[in-house]
Design a protein around this ligand. Sequence first.
Ligand code: PMP
Length: 398
Amino acid sequence: MVLMGKLDWIKEELEELKKKGLYVTIRVLQSAQGPWIVVNGKRVLNMCSNNYLGLAAHPKIKEAAIRAILDYGVGAGAVRTIAGTMELHVELEEKLAKFKKREAAILFQSGYNANLGAISALLRKGEDGVFLSEELNHASIIDGMRLSGAPKVIYKHLDVDDLKKKLEENKDKKKKIIVTDGVFSMDGDLAPLPEIVEVAEQYDAIVYVDDAHGEGVLGSHGRGIVDHFNLHDKVDFEMGTLSKAFGVIGGYVAGPEEAIEYLKQRARPFLFSSAMNPPDVAAAIAAVEILQKSDDLVKKLWDNTHFLQKGLRDLGYDLGNTKHPITPVMLYDEKLAQEFSRRLYEEYNIFAQAIVYPTVPLGTARIRLEPSAAHTKEDLKLVIDAFEDLGKKTGFLK
Ligand code: PMP
């Protein structure tokens, strides 16, 4: 439909996005999420999914979802506080709390909603308090603070001295809430949590960590970044998503029992949006059980990560400061990164996303690769070989 009159501005905005190169083309998958996917009838190697452990199409998880549909149907029917809490929701909250070694957990419909709901409930406009937010925090954290309306102070990326300085400037505020991503999704670098916790203790500040990319990847059995640094009970809130390593959908926040009870009374997406669907909840329960029982998939993920990253580094590629399967192959130039992504897809059947400005600063364009436990070494060798060939063809590798 051609938009006219009062909606003309939409057409203009879309054109503006295209002109600036910010228009996102959305590719449609015709297969399950996995190491190989079908896009437009073409089978391609998938190097840009957060399905770190390959659980999105795991047989045990699919079975659990099917069983839940037969027992509970497809929808939760209401928000949690009205009639939307099923025994499955309670079971998943208990299992997640146990997995994260925390007292309790609260479920949300997504990781985005978890951050939106919890952050906005912990500090509200007009209260005597401030958020101390890391410079590169995820959009859902930023939106949570916006929904709160309370003041925020940004501290520099990975810079604990800057955090300390800003805590000192705000030391008389009653509530000081440090909010940080655990793993930064564009670079794969880790928040310096032990140092953050130390300054938080000095200033009696609350620590809230977004562990979306840490769980299933870091720590024993993939318990996440807090477990990785052995900081249980020193970090107040651990937010997680069920959509990445767990392979499903949904989000949660784990922490002290009373604080979680408080979030159930106050977090807006919990109160005003319907609960997670039963098959998704059952699938997530099965995913947690798989991780509780065995860390084989986590080990495989790391084995694959080391193989891929060593192969690329040996070719001379700069992978930045990654400490995680997130593998930024630095190409610096925006156009070159777009060209790599397009040619990887067209010439090598590899689906890998270019990450460019404004998602990352100008001059730091890259291809972000994400290996998974479901890839084989042969799959990853194809990627290394493609980067060697394309690097030489484009003149990027000397
Ligand atoms: N936090 C971070 C750091 C993320 O990368 C994401 C997903 N892109 C989210 C939160 C939101 O999670 P979800 O996709 O489950 O809404």
